[in-house]
Each structure stands twice: as structure tokens, then as C-alpha cells.
Design a protein around this ligand. Structure first.
Ligand code: UDP
Length: 293
């Protein structure tokens, strides 16, 4: 059963499951009370805008889904005797002063900055999840997800990977924010899913980082996308958004030792698959509008 209000999502991403008799889609905003009939094994709470431009455009919705939505979904899990899985984020570390970031680093977050609506709400979500575990004995998990990319990443979601691929395929300039020497580490979606599945299988209630420890600057990423697409795009520099983290790199020692997990898809392989998906999407869109691909 999937519940979503599709505020940033797209039903086409899950349409391939609609013929499965076990699959059910409920259009609902989990920030409102959730009423469900029947049993549940797991409540997996991944609902939230997660791209910076989405949570800047939807600040109240982002705060509500990670506070009220987390509370509602925890209450649902408790009522059903289900296990509970929370998607948290590397943004709980804010603009980190420690590198790489281990789970016991408390972070450096500006509560009233533009990113505060996401960062603080996710920190609250972690706090209330731990409280339900400690107070009610709920069987909980918390994953801290670092930058993730892959097919189905919304082309206009404003994230760096989707933006650069789209720009490269249209021979438009790469919009690099600041000087482009800020770093991220990008994990391919199948690695993330593998980490999540492994975390479901162990009894561990503290947060676990899942991310790729290969650090890249934003300019390096632009050059790799240029090379893989064969694009003529050049870099243009734009102002750095407020509170944009300078460096982000996961310490994945815990995931390695606890889950036996480490990423298997390197950046070039993952980007090649993602570029292919964007090319097909472009061709399909052009075919629908009658434009030659
Ligand atoms: N970025 C950029 N150009 C873009 C989009 C993003 O230079 O068109 C930068 C952004 O400033 C940040 C990094 O790329 O330093 C990653 O941004 P993204 O929005 O993908 O996710 P974040 O890690 O900031 O949540």
C-alpha cells in the first residue's frame, strides 16, 4: 500500500505496480490523520519534499509532513503493532564542521535559514521517532540519506544532477552555484534501496548514514556530465544559495560493519544509466508533442 498526495511526486513512477493485486494507492496527505483498515507489518515514512527548491517553495508543507506527518505515521504504526522506518537526511548535519560526518556528529544547522524548514523538521522527526521507541517500545529504524540520484529523478526538481543532465542534453550552460568548489557525494538509487532493505533486517534503532563516500565538487560533476553526454555546454556561475553546505561526505563505517553494506554503483556508471533515462524521456516528450527527437 502506497500513500502519497503527489505534491512533488508522480504517479507514473509507480504505475508499473498497479496490476499487482497486493498494490493499492491511496491519495492522502499524511500531515492529516491517517485512517486505515486492516493489518500493517511496516510503516515506512518517506513523505516529504526533499529537493532544496521544493522545500523553499513548500516551507509549511515540509515542516508539517515531517512533524505532524511523522507523528501521525508513528501513531499508525503503534496502533497496528507495525515496525516503523523513518527516512531522515544528511541535512540534519547542516553545513557540517566535521568531515566526513559520522552519525554521532550533532551538526551545524541554522534553524531560521531557508533550509531550516527541512533540516529542523527532519531533526524533529528523528527526535519523535526515538521518543516513540523509548517511551512505547516501537520497533523503529532511522536512515540518514545522502544525495541520491537515478532514473525518475524529476527533471525540474532543481537538484544538481537533474539540472546538469537536462542542461547538457539541451546544450544549455551548466548553472554552477558559487565557485562550484562545494562538495557532495552522490549515491545511485539502487545502492540506497539496498541499504534501506538491509537496515530493515537488523535490530538497530540509532540513525545510520547511507551514502557514497566518493566526494566530488560541483564543477567536477559538471565536467563528468559533459563528458558522458558529449555535450557542448559550458559552465556559467550563479550566486551561491544561502546556507548551501560547503562540504558533505558520509562516514559509512556503521553501515559497512552493521549492515555489510557499501555502494556498488560508481558515479560514471550511475550517471550513464540516468542520462539514458533522460534521453528516452526527452524522446518520448518530443514524440508526444510532434517535435522530431
Ligand atoms: N547546484 C548547482 N547548480 C544547480 C543546482 C545545484 O551548482 O543547478 C549546487 C548546489 O548549490 C549545491 C549542490 O549543487 O551546492 C547540490 O545541490 P542539490 O540541490 O542537488 O542538493 P543539496 O545537496 O544542496 O541538498
Amino acid at each position: 500500500m502506497v500513500m502519497d498526495n503527489l505534491i512533488t511526486g508522480n504517479y507514473n513512477n509507480i504505475i508499473q505496480h498497479s496490476a499487482n493485486p497486493k498494490f493499492e494507492f491511496i491519495h492522502h496527505n499524511v500531515s492529516n490523520h491517517i485512517h486505515l483498515i486492516g493489518d500493517l507489518d511496516w510503516v515506512v515514512h518517506f513523505a516529504s519534499p526533499a529537493s532544496p527548491i521544493d522545500y523553499l517553495n513548500l516551507p509549511i508543507e515540509t515542516l508539517k509532513v515531517n512533524s505532524l506527518g511523522t507523528h501521525n505515521s508513528l501513531g499508525l504504526a503503534l496502533a497496528k503493532g507495525a515496525k516503523y522506518f523513518l527516512a531522515s537526511t544528511s541535512e540534519v548535519y547542516g553545513d557540517p564542521l566535521k568531515h566526513p560526518q559520522p552519525e554521532d556528529y550533532w551538526g551545524n544547522v541554522n534553524p531560521i535559514g531557508p533550509r531550516g524548514v527541512y533540516d529542523e523538521a527532519k531533526r524533529f522527526a528523528e527526535a519523535i521517532t526515538m521518543a516513540y521507541h523509548n517511551k512505547h517500545g516501537l520497533d523503529t529504524r532511522i536512515v540518514r540519506i545522502f544525495n541520491c540520484y537515478g532514473p525518475r529523478l524529476r527533471p525540474d526538481d532543481g537538484r544538481v544532477v537533474s539540472s546538469f543532465i537536462k542542461q547538457a542534453l539541451n546544450d544549455e550552460p551548466f548553472t554552477v552555484y558559487g565557485e562550484g568548489n562545494q562538495t557532495r557525494s552522490f549515491q545511485y538509487v539502487s545502492d540506497l534501496v539496498d541499504g534501506i532493505r538491509r537496515l530493515m533486517e537488523v535490530e538497530h534503532h540509532q540513525p545510520v548514514n547511507i551514502g557514497n563516500p566518493e566526494e566530488k565538487t560541483v564543477v567536477e560533476l559538471a565536467h563528468i556530465v559533459k563528458e558522458l553526454t558529449g555535450s557542448a555546454s559550458e559552465v556559467v556561475y550563479k550566486p551561491l544559495p544561502v546556507d548551501d553546505p560547503c562540504r558533505r561526505l558520509p562516514d559509512i563505517t556503521k553501515a559497512r560493519t552493521l549492515l555489510g553494506w557499501s555502494p556498488r554503483v560508481d558515479l560514471r556508471t550511475g550517471l550513464t544509466r540516468t542520462i539514458e533515462w533522460y534521453r528516452n524521456l526527452d524522446a518520448a516528450t518530443k514524440a508526444r508533442s510532434g517535435t522530431p527527437a
